[in-house]
Design a protein around this ligand. Sequence first.
Ligand code: FAD
Length: 498
Amino acid sequence: MVDTTGRTIVIVGGGTAGWMAAAALRRFSPPTTRIRLLESDRIGAVGVGEATIPQIRLFNAGLGIDEDEFVRETQGSFKLGIEFIDWSGRGSRYIHAFGTIGRGLGLVPFHHYWLRHAQAGGASRYWDYSPTALAASRNAFARDLGRPELPSGVAWAFHFDAGLYAAYLRRYAEARGVERTEGEVAHVSLHGETGHIEAVTLQGGERLAGDFFVDCTGFRGLLIEDALQAGYDDWRRLLPCDRALAVPSAAAGPLTPYTRATAREAGWQWRIPLQHRTGNGLVYSSAHLSDDRAAEILLANLDGAPLAEPKPLRFVTGRRRRAWVGNCVALGLAAGFLEPLESTSIHLIQSGIARLLELFPTDPVSPADVDEYNAQTEREWTAIRDFLVLHYHANARPEPFWAERRALAIPDTLRHRMELFRQTGRVTAREHDLFKEPAWIQVLLGQGVVPQGHHPLADALPADQLDQLLSLARAHAAQVAARMPAHQAFIAAHCAAP
Ligand code: FAD
């Protein structure tokens, strides 16, 4: 057991990353570890980042957060997946639903049985076996229906107001002893021999010294890059969108339990339903679309009145080459940004925190821990990158931006996955992959990658038995979804914001 008595951890930055780190480090560090957080009111936080994936429920559970209170306090809603519109041509539509799909029918994964049935002319869709997808299509949501066996396969995440989320975590963290300082870093002092960070000095002269630092300063990476020069892998060749415009609009229509991502001429538009407003944004490539045209597209495609001027954001997709350098770990945008298509950034904060807790810094810091942290981070980010590139590459849209994405030389790892699926229907999600088989299958199918075969062992089941089992699996999924109340009604009953 590492003796951390009397050590001080300084978190620089108080956006989503800073406050998630503060809450978790306070919750899990020894009480003798002092946790300080510095943030600048003048600079503020990026203020976007409002859609999540189901793993966040583990983070909340770790902190002991009550889910209904959390949704209420953040004006949140529930998220069953992401609906993709117009990605493989106008009028196309599919959902990447969370949770499991189908059930065990034999030795090989479920989708091979469905593929066998579909390849023999069967009419059902893969999504007919997903209670989560069916619930989303009905705008329905429930956690359990009084019969715990029923919602099996359903998984959910949240949409929330980013500002309210940071404020919620701040209350959590401060109530448990995290010390917040307001101010702006003017200087970062490094130790002459080790090169480790000794302290940050604020513009007013105050000095915050620490044993370990967490850089949560956003895109700039004030500590990890400006001071420690970790380096940045620029992934714009693969993920070319480099700007976004974000605008809230008045809530309109039923509260949908999913994020929507609609492909546009040189990027895509998000729609995130919250209780008090809808979050919208256009993510686009500045090489293919002017800012004025981007604003025009965004504002022409809102389903409620805009509540503010669109907020411009610029970024370079990629990752910090070393997320841990010396006595500093970068989390959040300071560690990199993969673009928001599959809502992975907040998750990457969470997994960075989990990794930091697992490799909690010894005193002095062990170089082997640092290497391990960085190697794990690289694997994780690269696998997510490939998943995102798939959405862009396997498209069927006519515009130059999309034609370029189709023609692009993609990473060998992704090319192999696509070929494997196309030829045999196989998907090999690896242990460290965030996205598992059902996610890959939905996006591959949804983007128009159609397998020519299926696992030969799926043929072991007699045809009449296969039809019967598939029909039972469909009925089960439909039954689960049909028992759920409307998402709006669920929120009204359990977690409506005042
Ligand atoms: P920031 O919010 O930028 O916070 C930086 C903090 O550092 C602030 O408190 C600031 O005051 C402080 N700071 C900076 N400089 C100094 C200084 N000199 N002195 C003192 N303090 C300083 N993620 C998702 O998971 N889902 C999404 O749907 C999603 N959508 C996104 C859409 C867009 C267009 C973008 C750009 C990002 C999106 N993200 C999304 C990512 C998500 O917004 C971020 O991962 C998340 O908000 C964390 O940001 P952060 O805390 O790292 O940085």
